[in-house]
Design a protein around this ligand. Structure first.
Ligand SMILES: NC(=O)C1=CN([C@@H]2O[C@H](COP(=O)(O)OP(=O)(O)OC[C@H]3O[C@@H](n4cnc5c(N)ncnc54)[C@H](OP(=O)(O)O)[C@@H]3O)[C@@H](O)[C@H]2O)C=CC1
Ligand SMILES: CC(C)(CO)C(=O)C(=O)O
Length: 295
């Protein structure tokens, strides 16, 4: 199968590497520094204490998507419009397009921009770029694919590549659950630049994160979304499964990039406002992430 990955960052490089190792022809669409590094020595995948070089294609031109059967969109949510504009002229009619992103509404937004279906995918992985063309896996890796015509076959391709994948007709609820996890973990890691293991060792930080989750749960309830009863345990389990990971939002801050926070805690704050709910901890974290972002 030919696979194109729009957004060759941590998530795109990790799943691209896994698919390439399973024998698929993978092309990364990314920035110049990544393309130069991959052309010089392939993509480095560091996982389970082992480092290997993966052979795959990399370029800055989205035209490579024209021959892809499967297209993974792995840019941050704020880059969706540019990514869609670059891909739109090239996608072949039969290609399956997936959004591997945090936050609500990305797949629908991309589908409207691309004029074709885009399946949402909930991503449970901890990955980070250690440098151009060098991706490090810190834990997990499961995907939950939204149901749709090609979902079962696509999930089978992922599973055969060693990526635990299930198909669900409840992805909206699953994306909400992931959003709450992100609202708890991402901003505090971005503001402090600390990994989850260190954050969860601090009882005051844990109390604060419980408040974030309680606020998000009230907003979800107001929206008619049923979160799992053990939502706090899920947050704690994710943190425990990847103690060395800093959030993708923290990774943006460390690279001097603007972050996805408006699509995470920012989304909760906007929804709370519409329901007349007060979410002070989400609001405070949102403001603090904006303050540590580049101007
Ligand atoms: N990292 C993680 O562990 C996890 C991340 N996620 C989610 O997955 C999604 C991707 O995250 P992540 O991989 O961390 O993000 P990254 O920022 O590491 O990767 C995105 C990459 O896409 C590049 N990019 C953006 N727009 C374009 C474009 N038009 N053409 C080519 N390249 C482009 C970015 O470059 P530049 O930065 O220069 O703009 C960046 O290199 C996010 O929604 C995130 O929340 C979900 C689970 C875990
Ligand atoms: C799973 C988690 C919390 C991993 O860091 C993530 O989704 C992110 O960083 O955006």
């Amino acid at each position: 199968m030919r696979v194109a990955i729009m957004g060759a960052g941590a998530v795109g490089c990790y799943y691209g590497a896994m698919l390439a190792l399973a024998g698929h022809r993978v092309d990364l669409i990314g920035r110049e520094a990544l393309v130069t590094a991959v052309a010089a020595r392939g993509l480095i995948l560091e996982k389970g204490g082992r480092q290997q070089t993966v052979a795959l294609g990399a370029g800055t031109d989205a035209g490579v998507a024209a021959s892809a059967d499967l297209v993974l969109i792995c840019v941050k949510a704020q880059d969706n419009d540019h990514a869609a504009a670059a891909l739109r002229p090239h996608l072949s009619p039969g290609a399956v397009v997936l959004s591997l992103q945090n936050g609500l509404g990305n797949a629908a937004h991309l589908a409207a921009q691309l004029g074709r279906p885009v399946l949402p995918v909930v991503v449970y992985v901890a990955v980070q770029m250690a440098g151009a063309g060098h991706v490090v896996h810190h834990g997990r890796g499961e995907l939950v694919l939204g149901d749709g015509p090609a979902a079962a076959d696509t999930a089978a391709v992922f599973r055969a590549a060693g990526i635990p994948t299930e198909v669900s007709d409840q992805t909206e609820a699953a994306l909400w659950t992931k959003l709450v996890i992100n609202c708890a973990l991402n901003p505090i890691s971005a503001i402090t630049r600390l990994p989850y293991g260190r954050i969860f060792a601090d009882p005051d930080a844990v109390r604060m994160l419980r408040q974030v989750v309680d606020e998000c749960s009230r907003v979800a309830q107001a929206e008619g979304v049923g979160l799992p009863a053990d939502i706090w345990d899920q947050v704690a389990r994710i943190a425990a499964a990847m103690p060395e990971q800093i959030s993708s939002t923290a990774q943006d801050i460390l690279r001097g990039r603007r972050t996805e926070i408006d699509h995470l805690n920012g989304d909760i704050v906007r929804r709370a406002l519409r329901h007349g709910l007060d979410v002070p901890m989400n609001g405070a974290l949102l403001a603090m992430v904006h303050l540590v972002e580049p101007a």
